[in-house]
Design a protein around this ligand. Structure first.
Ligand code: FUL
Length: 611
């Protein structure tokens, strides 16, 4: 009897949670390592393409271009870092060496580098300046080192592998923490090769002896992730295109054996046995390197948002390239677009409409609070809603207090325990009827497939009382750590989509019938403004204008006032110039419109003042 009493007392003393403790879900399939998890949380980081190509207007240098061309007058790595930071990037990957072989750091193993250039009389080191600027801005730093080297005499022979590893050693031991290393897969064959000027073919799979190189890299930088185009298996994979999207289905898995096929880069391999997530790389302009002719072809805000949804919103990260200009800076057209991009993302995801709603699950693991439906909106990455083992289809219903309008849905799996969900649906209760919501960025597909680190679904605005996410199939019990419902400001045809047609056009944050407001986040020093009227009709064509600048939304300075002569008959670009002015907000007022009620435009551009 005594014993029983004693046991009962002991039992009562155990905390409630321990008595009811439900077993944690078991891992499912291959898992990400800590480096891959840290990398995935970076979400967006910048690529900077800069080399001798910048001075020869090429995308690929041949390897015989003279280092004397390299003489930027206003090179400022801090400007690069600031622009990237303000564009929402968490790190920067620099082309320390592109295919032409020219090194942006003074390598001990070649003279084909900044040390043979007039810039800083050969005493400069761009890798160092940028690594320091990144540290100052709290950005991570990484390097691109092209395996293909069209300058090196030994390229194609075993000696080159020693050279390549020596260069890696310099980059990975001299400049602090490096978060990623990027080995482009391009190998066009012909090159200068120390004057041989010939075609050299290598076997991408064997020539570089990647396993040993990877081992050395990990020894020098234990927290690094290694990118690869699929020739071999690194920690991250290319997504098979440079257009800025990954497959709608996107498993973070590959098979450890056999060739990595193109489709595998696009969508991963559902039953893969290696965790190799996709990184989506694209440039803010058509080219990777700077070309003046592309100044008007910076991707529009709506294009950038589509890229965001098709990369970060599809279980990938976004590596967005900003080219460096010949004078050593990021061009203002690119930086302004970058700022607008970061601002649009911030604004879109500011208010999660699910937070105040009731969330009901069809199954909760062990009926435990630890795995309750509300975990998806508790703001924590390490908690999640889970079902019982064996329950691989279940739903979450979000019940709003009142009819709610939204157009974006965001969901995240708890990936430290594996990627699980194979197939799911989204429905909204509108006027008492359930309506399916389809992803507008995916053509011709009804069902939704993978989720992974983050999936974002875009659909036209809907006003509903409830929203239901139904997981139809999952590899094991689903673990959902975050869910969000948002109302994004649609970028309308009258604003950025008009620019989209021309793949240009700055974002306008607010425009009423006859006023266009451009809010820059950071003060801009400008000396001009350009306006391209609507091209297909005289409706909305501004014939008389006034242009105003402000820094605080209350005091406005008139910069210019006048008419756009002959604009109806000849609707070409109109340029307004004014005395150099620093401002945060620019206001274009349509004093008269040719016809119609609303002012319109097809594109606008800002002209930065020369410093
Ligand atoms: C490509 C390279 O050939 C381009 O020049 C650029 O560096 C891009 C990121 O990868 O395949």
């Amino acid at each position: 009897m005594k014993k029983i009493v004693l046991l009962a007392v002991l039992f009562l003393q155990l905390p409630l949670s321990a008595r009811n403790r439900v077993a944690d879900p078991k891992p499912c399939g291959p898992l990400p390592n800590e480096n891959q998890l840290r990398w995935q949380d970076m979400e967006m980081y910048a690529f900077l393409h800069y080399s001798l190509n910048t001075y020869t207007d090429q995308e690929w240098g041949f390897g015989n271009e003279s280092p004397s061309l390299f003489n930027p007058e206003r090179l400022d790595c801090r400007q690069w870092a600031r622009v990237c930071k303000q564009s929402g990037m968490r790190g920067i990957i620099l082309t320390a060496k592109h295919h032409c072989g020219f090194c942006l750091w003074p390598s001990d193993y070649t003279d084909y580098s900044v040390k043979s250039s007039p810039w800083k009389s050969g005493k400069g080191d761009i890798v160092r300046e940028l690594a320091e600027a990144c540290r100052e801005e709290g950005l991570a730093f990484a390097v691109y080192l092209s395996p293909w080297d069209r300058n090196h005499p030994e390229y194609g022979r075993p000696e080159y592998i020693t050279y390549f590893r020596n260069q890696l050693h310099e980059l990975l031991t001299r400049y602090g923490d490096i978060f990623e290393v990027w080995f482009d897969g391009a190998n066009g064959g012909d090159g200068w090769y120390g004057g041989a000027n010939e075609m050299r073919r290598i076997d991408k799979l064997t020539y570089y002896q990647w396993p040993e190189t990877f081992r050395q890299i990990r020894e020098m930088q234990p927290r690094i992730v290694i990118w690869n185009d699929g020739s071999t298996r690194g920690d991250l994979r290319w997504v098979g295109t440079e257009a800025g999207n990954v497959g709608e289905t996107n498993w973070s898995l590959l098979r450890s054996t056999g060739q990595v096929e193109h489709w595998m880069l696009r969508i991963g391999v559902e039953d893969g046995d290696l965790w190799v997530p996709g990184e989506t790389n694209t440039s803010i302009r058509p080219g990777w390197f700077y070309h003046k002719t592309e100044d008007g072809n910076v991707k529009s805000l709506s294009k950038l948002m589509e890229i965001y949804y098709s990369s970060v919103g599809r279980n990938s990260t976004l590596l967005l390239n900003f080219p460096i200009t010949p004078d050593g800076r990021i061009h203002p057209n690119d930086s302004l677009r970058g700022l607008a991009f970061a601002k649009a993302i911030r604004e879109t995801f500011r208010t999660n409409l699910a937070e105040k709603a009731e969330i009901v699950a069809t199954n909760v693991r062990g009926q435990s609070k630890r795995y309750a439906a509300r975990r998806v909106v508790d703001g924590r990455k390490d908690t999640y809603w889970a079902t019982d083992d064996g329950v691989t289809s279940a739903s979450l219903t979000i019940k709003f207090k009142e009819p709610t309008t939204f157009n974006r849905f965001l969901v995240e799996e708890y990936i430290p325990l594996g990627q699980r969900v194979r197939c799911w649906q989204l429905e909204a209760l509108v006027d008492g009827e359930w309506q399916p919501l389809r992803d507008h960025l995916v053509k011709g597909s009804d069902g939704l497939t993978t989720i992974g680190h983050r999936r974002i679904i875009c659909f036209p605005e809907v006003t509903a009382t409830q929203l239901r996410m139904t997981i139809a199939d999952s590899k094991a019990c689903p673990l959902i750590s975050r869910l969000g419902v948002y109302r994004a400001q649609e970028i309308t045809a009258r604003t950025a989509d008009a620019g989209e047609k021309r793949s240009s056009g700055l974002h306008i944050f607010f425009a009423n019938d006859n006023t266009m407001l451009m809010d820059f986040d950071e003060p801009q020093r400008l000396s001009g403004f350009r306006y391209l009227p609507p091209q297909d009709s005289s409706d909305g064509v501004v014939t008389h204008y006034s242009l105003w600048a402000s820094n605080d939304w209350s005091k406005w300075e008139l910069l210019s006032k006048g008419e756009f002569s002959n604009i109806v008959n000849n609707p070409i670009w109109q340029t307004i110039t004014f005395k150099p002015t620093t401002c945060r907000i620019l206001r274009l007022q349509a004093e008269r419109i040719a016809s119609g009620q609303l002012m319109g435009y097809d594109d606008i551009e800002l002209i930065p003042a020369q410093f």
